[in-house]
Design a protein around this ligand. Structure first.
Ligand SMILES: Nc1ncnc2c1ncn2[C@@H]1O[C@H](COP(=O)(O)OP(=O)(O)OP(=O)(O)O)[C@@H](O)[C@H]1O
Ligand SMILES: [Mg+2]
Length: 121
């Protein structure tokens, strides 16, 4: 199956956890098709929470919406989103390269690694 890059949009996405922690104040973000976005910020500023919202591991607070292309995926469970997430060190394969770790999910799913973006420049 050929993967066509889709844009990702977060609209007014905030996140409170049940213990009252506000991990994200509501934010709007557009990631364009094929764009690589790097999140930088101090520990606890909400980077992982934002990635978990995109992957579908967390739901945004009421009023928040997540769109893949034109499709609203806010209520779509993680297994239907077709999002790969590579976690931090404890969940990596230490015997594989960075590329190998990223490709692993694609290989398991049956997507040819040749479809993953090649390094440029
Ligand atoms: N399940 C949870 N329940 C309560 N609070 C949480 C939960 N997950 C994260 N938090 C809190 O939300 C805030 C944002 O956490 P998050 O893990 O998104 O930060 P981060 O930017 O990824 O940090 P780091 O750079 O350390 O990975 C922190 O205050 C964190 O303690
Ligand atoms: Mg984090």
């Amino acid at each position: 199956m050929t993967a066509t890059p889709l844009g990702i949009r977060l609209e007014h996405c905030g996140k409170h956890f049940p213990d009252g922690t506000q991990a994200l104040t509501p934010l709007d973000l557009a990631i364009h098709p094929g764009e690589t976005l790097v999140l930088l910020g101090p520990s606890g500023c909400g980077k992982t929470t934002m990635l978990r919202l995109i992957a579908g591991l967390e739901r945004p607070d009421a009023g928040g919406r997540i769109l893949f292309g034109a499709r609203d995926v806010t209520a779509l469970p993680i297994e239907k989103r077709r999002v790969g997430m590579v976690f931090q060190s404890y969940a990596l394969f230490p015997n594989m390269s960075v590329r190998g770790n990223i490709e692993y999910g694609l290989r398991v799913r049956g997507d040819a690694p040749a479809q993953t973006p090649r390094q440029r420049g």
